[in-house]
Design a binder for this molecule. Structure first.
Ligand SMILES: *Cc1c(COP(=O)(O)O)cnc(C)c1O
Length: 393
């Protein structure tokens, strides 16, 4: 049997490769950081979600080790059967404290949090109104739910209003949006979304994966940025980006919503609890966040500096309120040339083109981190200037 299936897969894989869409992974031989080792060569990393530079933070490593010493390696169980540790409850409290919410539920990843948030809460009589650029995990989560689906153009408030009107006869309505959209780095207009939600009696769910730790003066995310802390019903997020870059996801928000998720959310009920080491490091991470704003400040300074210098050098960057800087190249083939040549300069950035971004809007995405020092940013900018000269002449 496998023979024919193997041929089928080989053919499809060849097609992916021919279309230039085959994903090759680079092998990193060092911890994650501003500088990484690839094939024995030192490179600068500008394509990680390591926004606060915590992925190799000594205090988090220490906390993880101590957590393992105190509570062991793994849980080997789901929570509703075996329970959880004191550490898990403490981390859930810390997350709620950070976002100013009522309660939190942990998942193995934010992909699971989003996969398990809609189906337990909403049914056929209800509506989910979702931004067209929402993360794949929100899209999948919505698919698993029986609620009616409406999609509005990215951050387009007129379109959102039109969809809210279309959905007005549904019992409950939930607007779902990413906090920061990962291709442009734009922050969702949560102030206007919230106004429309009030006007049309809808609830709001924000995925803060790219915005938590980043957006807002103290990195509390888009609800801080728009003075809406504690107001939106549901926030989801990850421990895999700014918050240390390990693994783990969460949903935080209104008490009854979290209660219901503990009863009915399938990725929570039927998947293993987070490992104690990760949980202990998570607790320490949120403690650090409340002790100092140093990392958030540095990240904001770095992003401002990078965008200002790139503009001075004549590059066309999308305005960004996050740590994602889209350097617009427009032409798809050229964007790939840029990315390849930047790599030759030992700078890792990602080139995106259609269908990941709209046609004619190819770009290089640069992700800034608090781990970057001024010299790293300067090297990246100098490489952009050099590569542009090579390509554009
Ligand atoms: C990265 C990301 C996720 C997935 O997070 P994991 O914890 O890695 O599963 C979900 N939503 C958004 C918006 C993301 O950017």
């Amino acid at each position: 049997m496998y023979n024919s299936f193997q041929k089928h897969l080989q053919k499809e894989l060849a097609e992916i490769e021919a279309a230039g869409l085959y994903k090759n992974e680079r092998i990193i031989e060092s911890p994650q950081g501003a500088e990484i080792l690839v094939k024995g060569k030192k490179c600068l990393n500008f394509c990680a979600n390591n926004y606060l530079g915590l992925a190799n933070n000594p205090e988090l490593i220490k906390a993880a080790k101590e957590g393992m010493d105190a509570r062991g390696f793994g849980m080997a169980s789901v929570r509703f059967i075996c329970g959880c540790q004191d550490l898990h409850k403490k981390l859930e409290e810390k997350i709620a404290e950070f976002f100013g919410t009522e309660d939190t539920i942990l998942y193995a990843a934010c992909f699971d949090a989003n996969g398990g948030v809609f189906e337990p809460l909403l049914g056929e009589q209800d509506a989910i109104i979702s931004d067209s650029l929402n993360h794949a995990s929100i899209i999948d989560g919505v698919r698993l739910c029986k609620a009616k689906r409406f999609r509005y153009a990215n951050a387009d408030m007129a379109d959102l209003e039109a969809k809210l009107i279309e959905a007005k006869d549904c019992r409950f309505k939930l607007i779902a949006t990413d906090g920061v959209f990962s291709m442009d780095g734009n922050v969702c207009p949560l102030d206007k979304i919230y106004e429309l939600a009030e006007k049309y009696d809808a609830m709001v769910m924000v995925d803060e994966s790219h915005s938590a730790g980043v957006v807002g003066k103290t990195g509390r995310g888009v609800t801080e940025r728009y003075n809406l802390k504690g107001k939106v019903e549901i926030i989801t997020g990850t421990l895999g980006k700014a918050f240390g870059g390990g693994v783990g996801g969460f949903t935080t928000g209104k008490k009854e919503i979290i209660d219901m998720l503990r009863q009915r959310s399938r990725p929570y009920l039927f998947s293993n609890s987070l490992a104690p080491g990760l949980v202990a490091a998570g607790i320490r991470m949120f403690e650090m966040m409340s002790e100092t704003n140093e990392l958030q400040d540095k990240l904001h300074e770095n992003t401002d500096y990078f965008l200002r210098r790139m503009k001075e050098e004549g590059f066309d960057c999308k305005p960004s309120e996050s740590a994602i800087c889209a350097v617009m190249i427009y032409d798809a083939a050229k964007s790939q040339q840029y990315a390849a040549k930047m790599q030759e300069e030992s700078i890792f950035v990602t080139g995106f083109y259609y269908p990941v971004v709209p046609k004619g809007e190819a770009r290089i995405r640069v992700q800034i981190s608090a781990a970057h020092e001024r010299e790293h940013l300067d090297k990246c900018i100098a490489a952009f200037v050099k590569v542009r000269k090579e390509i554009e002449g």
